[in-house]
Design a protein around this ligand. Structure first.
Ligand SMILES: Nc1ncnc2c1ncn2[C@@H]1O[C@H](COP(=O)(O)OP(=O)(O)OP(=O)(O)O)[C@@H](O)[C@H]1O
Ligand SMILES: Nc1nc2c(c(=O)[nH]1)N[C@H]1C(S)=C(S)[C@@H](COP(=O)(O)O)O[C@H]1N2
Length: 196
């Protein structure tokens, strides 16, 4: 037993082509690998690979929240193309919007690609779960969650994941502990728990 709270995480890849077998899905493995690298808690994953259909996306998010996922990460379908509807599907099941996540991800992504502003990615709270949209390009998963480091490992731009554990605390979820070398989570002193 590690002494860390167990955490259930929903990972959702939204892609017409990956879900129909035109190309291999790289979104779910990238999400799972990054989370396993970043978190010290025992993790269980609920993974879904679905097409860019608004009703299917919303139903999947509700199902994962109801299944007890404290965090749900989506990848894909955030752009301006006609079939890109992940933000609309996410907002449709929101109890609260968390605009800071989308704002910060677009700022981070601008350090990598000038087309960062084309992503309409958003984040919301539903019940005791935080749902965050990431862009579809598999490399954007690490870029937005972890941010940008110098060759020496110094943080140049903080990734959004630094704020995720405290957000989950505030909605009554498990206490998430990151590996600081991957992502240094920030909590106010009053919210820190001694290591188990
Ligand atoms: N799940 C995925 N697995 C592997 N590569 C992906 C995935 N999603 C996106 N990509 C890559 O990132 C690029 C941009 O992603 P985007 O979400 O805009 O795809 P798209 O044009 O909407 O198509 P689709 O929904 O069919 O993946 C794609 O062209 C593809 O090369
Ligand atoms: N970090 C990062 N953000 C990124 C990208 C990327 O490669 N890396 N691609 C951009 C592009 S080209 C688009 S169109 C939008 C939306 O992508 P999506 O429709 O795949 O979600 O995300 C943007 N954000």
């Amino acid at each position: 037993m590690s002494g860390f709270d167990p955490v259930k995480i929903g990972i959702v890849s939204v892609s017409d082509r990956a879900s129909s077998g035109v190309y291999e899905d790289k979104g779910l493995p990238a999400l799972q690998d990054w989370l396993a690298r970043a978190l010290q808690n025992p993790l269980s994953f609920e993974a879904r690979l679905i097409p860019d259909e608004q009703a299917v996306i919303s139903a999947t998010l509700v199902e994962l929240v109801d299944a007890g996922c404290s965090l749900v990460l989506t990848t894909g379908g955030t752009g301006p193309a006609l079939r890109d509807v992940t933000p609309e599907a996410t907002l449709a099941v929101a109890h609260k919007e968390m605009p800071g996540f989308g704002e910060q991800m677009r700022q981070i992504s601008l350090r990598f690609v000038p087309t960062a502003i084309l992503s309409r990615q958003c984040a919301v709270i539903r019940d005791r779960s935080l749902i965050i949209n990431l862009p579809g390009q598999p490399k954007s998963i690490q870029e937005t969650l972890e941010g940008l480091k110098s060759d020496q490992g110094d943080v140049l731009v903080a990734g959004i994941f630094a704020a995720v554990p405290y957000c989950i605390d505030l909605i009554g979820g498990p206490y998430m502990e990151t590996h600081p070398a991957v992502c240094k989570a920030f909590r106010p002193k009053s919210a820190l728990r001694p290591p188990p």
